[in-house]
Design a protein around this ligand. Structure first.
Ligand code: NAI
Length: 469
């Protein structure tokens, strides 16, 4: 780690292209542009350092631009080895909006180096605030503090390749400064977390009394999970599959594992293209929802023989396993849109003697099993929409990222104890409101009598917190 290193991106000559695409996305990101208008002169994040660990795309570049415009000193890494758009990373560096450590196609070792670089300022100390997606920046800080309290933990053995890289990083940083992470954690005012899987980790840490600083669960703002996870994936899943394989979806059988917000968007997308969609679920409520939308709900054991394309959207572990792969059709396509790469048991393919891999192009691999049957794996089992395409469109990310910035502003202003919080509904409604004009939406206005009759303020919030949308 050289904290004085300014940036590490793939190719600075892509900066001009990145800047032009950022400019094009402005009209599609009205929430972020409104925040720049409202707070750009006041600069409420002035003097504060923000570390981001979130897919370094054009949309994220606009989030960084917003944080910078509000006064923050920003360092950034991507939260996935394949999700960086190199032109976006270059544009941010060239415009001087943040120090970026991200490129498409990092190794796992690179990835954790980039995460540490984003968390380390030139004076060796860390950020005031974190924007996290999946919780890896938060994890590195927490694991760092844990091993500084008990250095014997550094000699742990692990079969988990990812965690091996985390430990290796911590071994290096312990040599340089045995109190590095304790000092970094002490400065952090809080984190705002983008996704279901990261939020899940935060609640677990809070439950175990391990959370070191307060956290905003941005995912569960309605204007995040009911839009990004649903409508975002409805567009970007197909984009990923098609850019990777050019396959005709119409007439195929697509099996979507998990019918939560992401699964609902994926299923609708594939049906929209004319596929026959099968769903697997463990939750009877989501299974019933899928059935009542007209999808066939089945088990992996049965569905694995029938589908041409498999999409995992569960946020769970080993949902597609070896026994399923053995039963699949020849040249079935398998991809994952959940946050981590363990929904598909890639270890089965990597460790089974006689399984061979041919890379068709980056992020598209054809694995041949000893039986001679082949399977097409996209993005090595990592997020297909960000690995094989460019993630969600700007408009939906503007909703998510407006929530992110509101959470950062709140953490900057208030001192909270370590706990997981959500943004108040009035702000959720405000995020939606900022996105209406772009779509030509006109709202009705409640009269005082009507507001009294249904028991809500004329200006909102219009629903109780338990309302589910
Ligand atoms: P969710 O909790 O709403 O849905 C997941 C569903 O999977 C649940 O209904 C659960 O019952 C089901 N499930 C769990 N284990 C299962 C199993 N073994 N078989 C079948 N179903 C199972 O979560 P959400 O918001 O839909 O997110 C899913 C994943 O996608 C998370 O990892 C999240 O972080 C990620 N995500 C990815 C995005 C992307 O752009 N690629 C965008 C938003 C979220």
């Amino acid at each position: 780690i050289d904290p004085k290193l300014d940036h590490k991106v793939a190719d600075m000559s892509l900066a001009d292209w990145g800047s032009k695409e950022m400019q094009l996305s402005e009209r599609e990101m009205p929430g972020l542009m409104a925040l720049i208008d409202k707070y750009g002169s006041e600069k409420p994040l002035k003097g504060l350092r923000v570390t981001g660990s979130l897919h370094m795309t054009i949309q994220t570049a606009m989030l960084i631009k917003t944080l910078h415009a509000l006064g923050a000193d920003v360092r950034w890494a991507s939260c996935n080895i394949f999700s960086t758009q190199d032109h976006a990373a270059a544009a941010i560096v060239e415009q001087g909006l943040a120090k970026v450590f991200a490129w498409k196609g990092e190794t796992l070792e690179d990835y954790w180096w980039c995460t540490e670089m984003a968390l380390t300022w030139p004076d060796g100390t860390g950020p005031d605030l974190i924007v996290d997606d999946g919780g890896d920046a938060t994890l590195l800080v927490h694991e760092g503090v844990k091993v500084e309290k008990d250095p014997s933990l550094l000699s742990r053995t692990t079969d988990n390749k990812e965690f091996r890289c985390v430990l290796d990083r911590l071994i290096v940083s312990a040599k340089a400064d045995p109190q590095k992470w304790t000092k970094i954690a002490a400065r952090i005012r809080g984190v705002s977390e983008e996704t279901t899987t990261g939020v899940h980790r935060l609640y677990q840490m809070a439950k175990n009394g391990e959370l070191l600083f307060p956290a905003f669960n941005v995912n569960d703002s309605v204007t995040k999970s009911k839009f990004d996870n649903l409508y975002g994936c409805r567009e970007s899943l197909a984009d990923g599959i098609k850019r990777a394989t050019d396959i005709m979806v119409a007439g195929k059988v697509v099996l979507v594992c998990g019918y939560g917000d992401v699964g609902k968007g994926c299923a609708q997308s594939m049906r929209g293209f004319g596929a026959r969609v099968l769903i697997t679920e463990v939750d009877p409520i989501c299974a019933l929802q899928a059935a009542m939308e007209g999808y066939e709900v089945t088990t992996m054991a049965k569905g694995c023989q029938e589908a041409d394309i498999f999409v995992t959207a569960t946020g769970n572990y080993h949902v597609v396993r070896g026994e399923h792969m053995l039963a699949m059709k020849d040249e079935a396509i398998i991809c994952n849109i959940g946050h981590f790469d363990n929904e598909i048991d890639m270890g089965f393919l990597e460790d089974t003697p006689g399984c061979t891999k041919v890379t068709v192009k980056p992020q598209v691999d054809k694995w041949t099993l000893p039986s001679g049957k082949s399977l097409i794996i996209l993005a090595e089992g990592r997020l297909v929409n960000l690995g094989c395409a460019t993630g969600h469109p700007s408009f939906v990310m503007s909703n998510s990222f407006t929530n992110q910035v509101l959470a950062q502003l709140d953490l900057a202003k208030n001192d909270y104890p370590p706990q997981v919080m959500t943004l108040p509904k009035i702000l959720d409604e405000e995020v939606a409101r900022l996105h209406l004009a772009r779509l030509g939406v006109e709202l009705e206005t409640l009269s005082t009598e009507q507001a009294d009759y249904i028991g809500v303020p004329v200006t909102g919030p219009y629903k109780p917190d338990h309302y589910r949308y």
